[in-house]
Design a binder for this molecule. Structure first.
Ligand code: GRG
Ligand code: ZN
Length: 321
């Protein structure tokens, strides 16, 4: 059947996406893989979470993944993007998320990881990404999410962390990377999720932020990350999860967004791209499937909008089996 005809039928090509994720891991020496090498820990999180949402995590060799993850840990307690790479808070969260997916958090020296993350908090409550000191609200979210999963939020100054995030709030209701930084949907996700995980959502003007977020939907049904920008499938995650956390998801047209995401699928070889007809990648495949999960698309596991992990995984972390 013609590609365009299959696309018109409109369904999620779940089997194709599973095959795409499972084979992308094996193409280790093509150009994209070489460029992505330093991101492998996050790539593993994107790919494995996608498989879990599609109920196919059991096709993966758990011991192989867990032993590779643990080889990426540095003596400081942080994780690198790959074996021998420098640790960064970003890969540390991805490593913790991957272990959580497999119910293998018990292999971690929790205090060691906690010390690494807590050690990145600055005097003003903000977080640096690594020893080089770059500060960004992304790192505030990552620290809070990571320590919450490890049940160690009490090891940082949560009050100061929250007040730093609030200092990055703008007059339009959104948030930027640092105080005064332009509102961007990616940073908004980080700040809203961090405030949600610390029980601090009262710092948000939900109507004002909800209005800014729902204005991200463009004619095609897709969402952009800032005014006047092109839509991109990954904002189906950054914007939609934020709208859900502030109870304003009914302000966008869900059907049109589902159609936009489905239109970005490669129906022949699997995978999802940022925009229709662009090349697919694991990152957009994950955010497309995660977005559809938030939209309650049939056949997908539910995902938690703050932890960015399947709801059953989050329940296991906090309520046991
Ligand atoms: C566990 C889901 C999860 C995330 C971990 C890394 C991270 C925490 C959050 C990143 C948040 C963020 C800043 C996302 C935005 C990424 C993105 C698409 C940036 C592109 O920005 P521009 O300005 O592109 O290059 P636009 O779309 O504005 O043209
Ligand atoms: Zn994108």
């Amino acid at each position: 059947m013609e590609k365009s005809n299959i696309q018109k039928m409109g369904g999620l090509a779940a089997e194709k996406h599973i095959q795409y994720i499972l084979t992308v891991e094996k193409r280790k020496d093509d150009f994209v893989s070489v460029v992505m090498e330093h991101l492998r820990m996050s790539g593993a999180y994107w790919g494995l979470t996608t498989l879990d949402l599609l109920e196919k995590l059991d096709t993966v060799d758990v011991d192989e993944v867990v032993s590779w993850v643990m080889k990426c840990q540095h003596e400081s307690g942080g994780f690198g993007g790959n074996i021998g790479h420098d640790p960064h808070i970003l890969y540390t969260l991805s490593a913790v998320q991957v272990l959580a997916l497999f119910d293998k958090l018990n292999v971690l020296d929790i205090d060691k990881v906690t010390n690494y993350v807590a050690g990145l908090q600055n005097e003003d409550g903000s977080f640096s990404g690594d020893i080089w000191g770059e500060v960004d609200t992304r790192f505030s979210y990552i620290a809070i999410c990571c320590l919450s999963i490890l049940h160690r939020l009490n090891k940082i100054n949560v009050e100061k962390a929250v007040s730093y995030i609030v200092s990055c709030k703008n007059l339009d209701g959104g948030f930027g990377c640092t105080p005064g930084g332009e509102s961007h949907a990616g940073q908004i996700f980080c700040c809203v999720a961090a405030l949600s995980l610390t029980g601090s959502l009262h710092h948000i003007d939900k109507d004002l932020l909800g209005w800014w977020l729902c204005e991200r939907q463009v004619k095609s049904g897709g969402l952009n990350g800032r005014p006047e920008k092109l839509p991109d499938v990954c904002y189906s995650w950054w914007v939609l999860s934020s709208l859900i956390m502030i109870d304003r998801v009914h302000w966008i047209n869900k059907e049109k967004l589902v159609k936009y995401i489905l239109d970005c699928q490669d129906m022949e070889n699997g995978g999802i791209s940022d925009r229709p007809d662009d090349a697919v990648d694991v990152y957009h495949t994950y955010f497309g499937v995660a977005g559809l999960s938030l939209l309650e698309y049939p056949g997908l596991k539910a995902i938690d909008p703050a932890y960015a992990l399947p709801v059953d995984v989050v329940n296991r972390i906090f309520f046991g089996r």
